[in-house]
Every structure is written in C-alpha cells, then in structure tokens.
Design a protein around this ligand. Structure first.
Ligand code: NDP
Length: 291
C-alpha cells in the first residue's frame, strides 16, 4: 500500500517554481507578485494568508497583503480591486473569504480581472475550465490532479467517484478528471448529499476522491479492495490524548481504509500541501503570460 506523500511532492513543485523564478531574476525579469486581499479579522483567513506569504518567500515571489476593515463598503472594496487590476506589477491576487455580509461575493468575484484570477473563481475562468481551455485551475482540484499524476496514479479509463459537488472542489475536480486530456480521460461519477446507495456506488470506484466536509465519514465499507483513495477533507477534531487538545483528520477514516486500498493520501500531508503549491503555479502562469 502506497501512502501518497503530498508534502514531498509539493516541495518538488515549489523547487521547480523557485528554479524558474531564479532564472527570471538572472535574466533581469521581474519576478512574480502575488497579492492577497483580506477584509475583517477572521483568524483562519489570516493564518491562510500568512502561509501564502511564507510560500511566496520560499519560491522567490513578491507578496503583498491588502487589509481592509470589516466595515469597508462594497464600493470601496471594488475600488481597491480596480487598483489591483490596474497595477502592472501585480500578477495575480486572491480575495480571501469570508467577506462581510453586506458585500456581494458574486459582485466582487466578477470584478476581478480574469487574467489575475489565480483562484479561478471568475465566471469566465470557470467557463474556460468547462471548455477545456483553462488559463487557471482552482487550486485544490489542480493540486489533486497534479498529486495523482506525480505519484504515478493513472486515471485514464478508470472509474473515479467524486464525493462532493461544491463549486471550488468537487465539481471542477470531476470536470478535470473527465476532460479529454493527458491528466483526465477518466469515467466519472459525482455523488452528493442526495445520492442514493452512496456506499455501494463508492465501492465501485477504482479511485475514490472525497470532498464532503464530514470528518472520517468514509470507512472501509465504502472502498473497493485495491482502490486508490484521495482524501481532500480537512478537519480539526477534539482529541484529549493530544497535547494540543485536537488532531487534524480528513473525510476518510485513514487507519481502516488504508489497510484495504492500494494507495491513499494522508491528512495532513496529502492534498492540502498541494493546494498552496498550485496557487503559486497559477501565479507563475499569470506572470509568464505577461512576458
Ligand atoms: P462543501 O461543504 O462546500 O461541499 C460538500 C459537498 O459534499 C457537497 O456537495 C455536499 O452535498 C456533499 N456532502 C455533504 N455531506 C454529505 C453526505 N453525508 N453524503 C454525501 N455527500 C455529502 O465543502 P468543500 O467542497 O468546500 O470542502 C470539502 C472538504 O474539503 C472539507 O473538509 C474542506 O475542509 C476540504 N477542503 C480542503 C482543501 C484543501 O486544500 N485540502 C481546500 C478546500 C476544501 P450537497 O451539494 O448536496 O450539499
């Protein structure tokens, strides 16, 4: 049984990005610049943005953070986005969620210049993804596909069951797997909270990709013997035996599923590590298209 080491593969991806950035700076080219917009004081959002900054530093990108108070008006935020759209030295940026309730996420998303939309949330980029013409891919599905490819998991012709159909994970992941491309060509089934016979369908998967947001829900009886299991979920659950009082786990009950499958991603150290690496890949791509 193979434990797919997302952490190691993410380091490889970052090293490749860093090598490219080094050669850009040797050629006197401006290195990529990733910006993050954060509104309010959400702790998890701040932690994520800090980890983006650390990752940018690791690969040699410039990073910047634009912080706005919780009571910023929608108009002021849209003006701030205009500024980012027109700044030629910023290649890509993210608008960190959540946004305050008085601000329309749709309006904000649609205001982002699609060429700088490294989260791939803009409807134009989402549409291009469905057409197989994507400039950017949403970071988590991108990371999942890249991880499988680099770990030697063949998806072409396989029955992939994607558990979850959210706009940021399940749906785009299913589309990428089904895409007529070197990294796709799978036969895909999408399951969700209204799926009947969920367990039986999951147990037909050659590759089971789980993004349901339910801690350790997927037990061994959902898994065909010898299947590949990709766990995209991430949860912090109380654990009295841990000095921190909690532990991190996925949507899959790792120990019992691992003994039944041929390969599995751990949590932490699986798909999550790849998400950041792929956000950096999108930023590098945005910069390269301006050359
Ligand atoms: P959402 O809550 O947006 O979507 C969950 C999906 O799972 C929905 O489609 C829902 O169905 C389906 N679902 C929920 N419960 C069940 C159930 N009991 N049976 C079948 N289907 C069910 O979550 P996200 O897609 O945003 O995230 C999924 C997981 O991935 C989370 O654990 C999240 O933390 C993690 N994640 C990890 C990232 C990473 O970098 N590793 C990045 C983003 C997310 P329905 O549509 O019918 O409601």
């Amino acid at each position: 049984m193979q434990i797919i080491d997302g952490k190691k593969i993410a380091i490889e991806v970052k090293q490749e990005i860093a090598a490219k950035v080094l050669s850009m700076s040797k050629d006197q080219q401006r290195v990529p610049h990733l910006a993050a917009v954060i509104v309010g004081e959400d702790g998890a959002a701040k932690t994520y943005v800090e980890s983006i900054q650390r990752s940018c530093k690791e690969v040699g990108f410039i990073s910047s953070v634009y912080k706005y108070p919780e009571d910023i008006s929608e108009r002021e935020l849209l003006e701030a986005i205009d500024f980012l759209n027109h700044d030629d030295e910023i290649d890509g940026y993210i608008i960190q969620l959540p946004l305050p309730k008085h601000i329309s996420i749709d309006k904000v998303t649609e205001h982002v210049d699609p060429k700088k939309d490294i989260d791939c949330f803009h409807p134009i980029n989402y549409g291009k993804l469905l057409l197989g013409e994507a400039d950017f891919l949403p970071a988590t599905p991108y990371g999942t596909i890249e991880l499988m490819q680099r770990a030697g998991i063949e998806v072409a012709g396989k029955h992939c069951v994607v558990l979850g159909r959210s706009n940021i994970v399940g749906k785009p992941l299913a589309m990428l797997l089904a895409e007529k491309s070197a990294k796709g060509n799978a036969t895909v089934t999408i399951c969700h909270s209204h799926t009947e016979n969920l367990k039986e369908i999951c147990a037909t998967a050659d590759i089971l990709l789980v993004a349901i947001g339910k801690a350790e829900m997927i037990t061994a009886d959902y898994v065909k013997k010898g299947a590949v299991v990709i766990d995209i979920g991430i949860h912090r659950v109380p654990d009295v035996d841990s000095p921190k009082g909690y532990r991190i786990c996925g949507d899959v009950k790792f120990d019992e599923v691992a003994s039944k499958c041929s390969a599995i991603t751990p949590v932490p150290g699986g798909v999550g590590s790849m998400t950041m690496a792929c956000l950096l890949l999108n930023t590098l791509h945005a910069r390269l298209t301006t050359l």
